[in-house]
Design a protein. Structure first.
Length: 263
């Protein structure tokens, strides 16, 4: 069974083609808020063609999104180009994820997908650290319940703020210098940014474990910047960049398959 999973974030759109449980191909688009239905459709169609995947063989499409402004164009592109009614994950979607927060309907689809995959492939209790535009710490208790989250500015936002708010500092490439002690301006900025962010994540994770009184909670990192940071953060046990896409697939399989649309 071929399923196309879309994880729409503020910066990137990840598109994964699953064949049964296996993620066969992965593509990425920038999250352009001004793309039309045809532009999204042509992009998706073209990506499939680069891997010699016949679009008519796609049986299901499921979408997780935190960018409402582009959803009309994305959904219409799936209907028009793939002839499928996509599953848009949101309040009321059967997910299997238990949520115990002040307002469960406010919990974003991205968090729900992360948690669904974490419970399937790892174990509770655990902390998911999602390094996206915003870094999200998703706290899952010993009963597998999403009970809280912590949000902080992502490292990309921090980098932009440093160069934009300080007139004499140049735009910064997010890269870890060999040493935290350096006299080169760019490396001085990189050292404070990257080493500082490593320390921030380590502290927040340790504090969550302390307040939960669960020192052995597993920590699963995901998100694009996690590839740069996870290996230097002792608290992180696993890095899984496809966690959300796996969650999209799992949730899709819990919901009734839509019928193919007519030509």
């Amino acid at each position: 069974m071929r399923l196309l999973a879309l994880d729409i974030g503020n910066t990137q759109i990840k598109i994964g083609l699953f064949e049964d449980e296996k993620l066969r191909y992965l593509w990425k688009l920038t999250t352009g808020t001004k793309r039309t239905t045809d532009e999204f459709g042509a992009a998706i169609w073209g990506m499939l063609q680069t891997r010699s995947v016949e679009p008519s063989t796609i049986e299901r499409v499921a979408i997780s999104s935190v960018v409402p402004a582009i959803m009309h164009s994305v959904v219409e592109s799936i209907r028009r180009y793939l002839k499928i009614e996509p599953l848009v994950i949101g309040p009321g979607t059967k997910s299997g994820v238990k949520i115990r927060t002040a307002n469960p309907r406010e919990v974003g689809a991205d968090l729900i997908c992360d948690v669904a995959a974490c419970l399937e492939y790892y174990s509770a209790p655990c902390i998911i650290v999602d390094f996206g535009t915003v870094t999200k710490y998703e706290i899952i208790d010993q009963d597998g319940v999403l009970m809280a989250a912590v949000f902080s500015p992502g490292i990309g936002i921090s980098a932009e703020a440093m160069s934009e708010k300080a007139a004499q500092l140049p735009p910064i490439e997010i890269k870890k210098p060999a040493s935290i002690i350096t006299s080169v301006t760019m490396e001085c900025m990189q050292a404070g940014l990257v080493y500082g962010y490593i320390g921030q994540v380590q502290y927040i994770v340790e504090q969550i474990k302390k307040e939960m009184n669960l020192p052995d909670m597993k920590v699963v990192a995901t998100g694009g910047f996690g590839r740069l940071l996870a290996g230097d953060i002792p608290a992180i046990d696993y890095y899984d960049n496809e966690l959300a896409l796996k969650g999209v697939r799992l949730i899709a399989m819990k919901n009734k398959a839509p019928k193919k649309l007519g030509s």
